[in-house]
Design a protein around this ligand. Structure first.
Ligand code: RB5
Length: 150
């Protein structure tokens, strides 16, 4: 898959560690920054860059890392077509894709370390939306709300 990844200063170190993991799993990676540590950089700039890649289908999936994962998810979810979730466990990362068609994974580098982040990332990238009727029905309601409210 084509993966876009980005992180602010809070997630920069974890992003660097995850890049090898993602490439070793056979994915094509687009790194949208940050390229160097800047305490004054802003997570929305990175989350929105990834979200726009996913929404425009330049990427199949996105990954954004900040300090907590929360700001990244809030920002990414402002882009139509993006379904971002904060996942700090492997179950949510897999089920978020299988049931909810999550297409941007957000993690907090101040919350988890590289070992768990690796397992979460590998599970997220291996998962596919199940397409089961009940999940399609629920997703359709989310998409209808997105269209009605924006
Ligand atoms: C940056 O200090 C921090 O606020 C940011 O990375 C993130 O945790 C926001 O949700």
């Amino acid at each position: 898959m084509r993966i876009s990844i980005a992180a602010d200063h809070g997630g920069l170190s974890l992003k660097k560690d995850l890049i090898d993991v993602i490439q070793q799993n056979g994915h094509v990676l687009q790194d949208l920054g940050a390229d160097e540590y800047d305490h004054n950089d802003d997570y929305p700039d990175f989350a929105l860059a990834v979200a726009r890649d996913v929404a425009s289908e330049k990427a199949d999936r996105g990954i954004v890392i900040c300090g907590s994962g929360v700001g990244a998810a809030i920002a990414a979810n402002k882009v139509r077509g993006v379904r971002a979730g904060v996942c700090h466990d492997t179950y949510s990362a897999r089920q978020g894709v299988e049931h909810d068609d999550m297409n941007v994974l957000c993690m907090g580098a101040r919350v988890i370390g590289i070992a768990l982040a690796t397992e979460i990332t590998v599970g997220y990238l291996a998962a596919e939306f199940s397409g089961e009727e009940r999940h399609q029905r629920r997703l359709a309601k989310v998409l209808a709300a997105e269209n009605a409210d924006s």
